[in-house]
Design a protein around this ligand. Structure first.
Ligand code: CLF
Ligand code: SF4
Length: 298
């Protein structure tokens, strides 16, 4: 199913553990938690913990400065030979913290040119940053797109903060969706590989995500990763979705199969996501972050 026959794409995914199911057995990624703030509110997020768009709820990563992040990347790269990708995925939204995020990417690009750069974002400010992302040779960007219909969106997003104003209701989701899709199209134009993450929320967007999948494919998304909502009220998640449950494994697979289409003809689906924390280190599903405490790299 993977449209990896294009040699340029094949090169980009060859050692990226998230974009290639094969690569994830041989290559490792690390995240540095440099981005604390966020510009939207997702009902499933608790700000005490990492951005739930790419992580399990209930984990908190320690914030690093860009300089400390660079030091940590250098140490990890020297200790873990399979380290191929640096991702910035939180603990808030990387593009809501552009100074810290881009400074980190610049430092790593300067000192570790062999490491691929990766970003994940809710997409609200993505169109403003695509040129800079392209200039820095960030080849992989993930946008979390949970809906393209503001009627669905208003049950997921209580507000977005956009250009100095706070929006609520359907208007908030309309702005978010327009910016996400615009940003996605801009990435595709520049041949930056875009992955779309969608959080499957039963009863809210489950019946909508096939349409989301087809839409993002049409705009040039390379890969779609439908992740289960991890419903853990003890972590304070889903406070805006009281009593909300996560999907069963069967529901998740059924939806992934529907998005993929017969023989994977409709969309290239990611099925090996491990919902990493914002400071994860190592192979997917492995977290060696504890080995690299500030004392080891400062
Ligand atoms: Fe990190 Fe995300 Fe880049 Fe991968 S994770 S920023 S694309 S380097 Fe990967 Fe982890 Fe799933 Fe993310 S397994 S949560 S999809
Ligand atoms: Fe939380 Fe991430 Fe949503 Fe921001 S984008 S509210 S950090 S889950």
């Amino acid at each position: 199913s993977a449209p990896a026959t294009d040699p340029e794409i094949a090169e980009k995914i060859a050692n990226h553990p998230c974009y290639s199911a094969e690569a994830h057995q041989f290559y490792a990624r690390m995240h540095v938690a440099v981005a604390p703030g966020c510009n939207i509110q997702c009902n499933y997020c608790n700000r005490k913990y990492d951005c739930a768009n790419e992580s399990r709820p209930g984990v908190t990563s320690d914030l690093l400065t860009p300089e400390d992040a660079l030091a940590k990347v250098k140490l990890v790269a020297s200790e873990i030979k399979q380290m191929s990708v640096l991702g910035i995925a939180g603990p808030g939204d990387p593009l809501a913290n552009p100074k810290r995020t881009f400074r980190t990417l610049e430092l790593v690009a300067r000192d570790c040119p062999d490491i691929k750069l990766c970003l994940s974002t809710n997409g609200l400010t993505l169109p403003d940053h695509v040129d800079r992302i392209a200039d820095l040779n960030v080849d992989h960007v993930t946008i979390t797109i949970n809906m393209i219909d503001p009627e669905v969106g208003e049950r997921i997003y209580p507000w977005v903060a956009y250009k100095g104003k706070k929006y609520t209701g359907r208007e908030a989701s309309k702005i978010l969706s327009e910016r996400q899709l615009e940003g996605l199209a801009m990435l595709a134009e520049r041949k930056i590989l875009a992955k779309v993450n969608s959080v499957l929320i039963p009863g809210v967007n489950d019946e909508h995500l096939v349409e989301v999948s087809q839409t993002v494919r049409g705009l040039g998304a390379f890969l779609h990763n439908v992740m289960p909502l991890v419903s853990a009220p003890e972590h304070g998640t889903v406070f805006g979705l009281a009593g909300q449950r996560g999907p069963t494994a069967q529901e998740l697979k059924a939806l992934q199969d529907s998005c993929a289409g017969v023989d994977g003809a409709d969309m290239n689906m990611m099925r090996h996501c491990r919902q990493c924390r914002a400071d994860a280190v190592g192979m997917l599903g492995e977290d060696r972050g504890d080995e690299f405490t500030p004392e080891t790299y400062q």
